[in-house]
Design a protein around this ligand. Structure first.
Ligand SMILES: O=P(O)(O)OC[C@H]1O[C@H](OP(=O)(O)OP(=O)(O)O)[C@H](O)[C@@H]1O
Ligand SMILES: O=c1cc[nH]c(=O)[nH]1
Ligand SMILES: [Mg+2]
Length: 211
């Protein structure tokens, strides 16, 4: 299946690290470290089209005109809890980014997203926003987070995850066709509880050692 709203970052390092994360026997400490490492690689691709401007600088040898990022600081928004893991990795690459948090959990019966927290930087107009959450399963959490965020009128929004399902990508495309998704892999399907198969289990529980 083709997903025009999605870029799969299929670098060998990403693939290898994702396999380690999928393994049921991988420890919480390793899972956390791997998520940070892989997020850095995902960010590299997700930020590929950031605009640059030229600035005159002085090296120890000569003056030159060199590229620097144009515009206002990026905004990274983590969907709690598991999005915090991706955020930590991305902040290593863009330490000056502004940071927002959206607290959502999935109702286990209806699989609807329930919001319990919302705090993002003000003045999102003219800013590039990246929303992060490792799992795009039904897509309900991502759709809800993006709908809420768009009430603050961001300049542009992209979505970075670790694993996406075909169902989640279609849901996102239907509700937010303007939002491009960057992921390490698109898995086969969802099970009857809305979990990604083969997936990696519950990302929040694996990241924080709950359950
Ligand atoms: O695409 P969806 O079907 O909405 O599922 C994906 C959501 O499920 C997980 O969060 P969860 O609800 O388990 O909360 P947690 O991160 O606090 O564990 C995950 O981190 C996503 O936010
Ligand atoms: O497979 C899944 C689906 C939703 N949330 C997770 O953490 N994992
Ligand atoms: Mg969870």
């Amino acid at each position: 299946m083709q997903f025009p709203n999605c870029t799969v970052v299929d670098h060998p390092l990403v693939k290898h690290k994702l396999t380690l994360m999928r393994r049921a026997e991988t420890s919480t400490a390793s899972f956390r470290a791997l998520l940070q490492e892989i997020s850095l690689l995902l960010a590299y691709e997700a930020f590929r089209d950031l605009k640059l401007r030229e600035e005159e600088i002085q090296t120890p040898m000569a003056k030159m005109v060199a590229p620097v990022l144009e515009g206002k600081k990026l905004v990274l928004v983590a969907i709690l809890r598991a999005g915090q893991g991706i955020l930590d990795g991305m902040l290593q690459l863009v330490p000056s980014a502004r940071v927002g948090h959206i607290g959502l959990y999935r109702d286990p019966e209806t699989l609807a997203a329930v919001e319990y927290y919302y705090r993002v930087p003000g003045q999102l107009a003219d800013r590039d926003v990246v929303v992060c959450d490792p799992m795009l399963a039904t897509g309900n959490s991502a759709v809800a987070a993006l709908s809420r965020l768009k009430r603050n009128k961001p300049g542009s929004v992209r979505f970075v995850c670790l694993l996406a399902s075909p169902e989640g990508l279609m849901n996102l495309r239907e509700h937010h066709p303007d939002v491009h998704v960057y992921t390490a892999a698109i898995d086969e399907r969802l099970d009857e509880h809305g979990y990604i198969i083969p997936g990696l289990g519950d990302a929040g529980d694996r990241l924080f050692g709950t359950k």
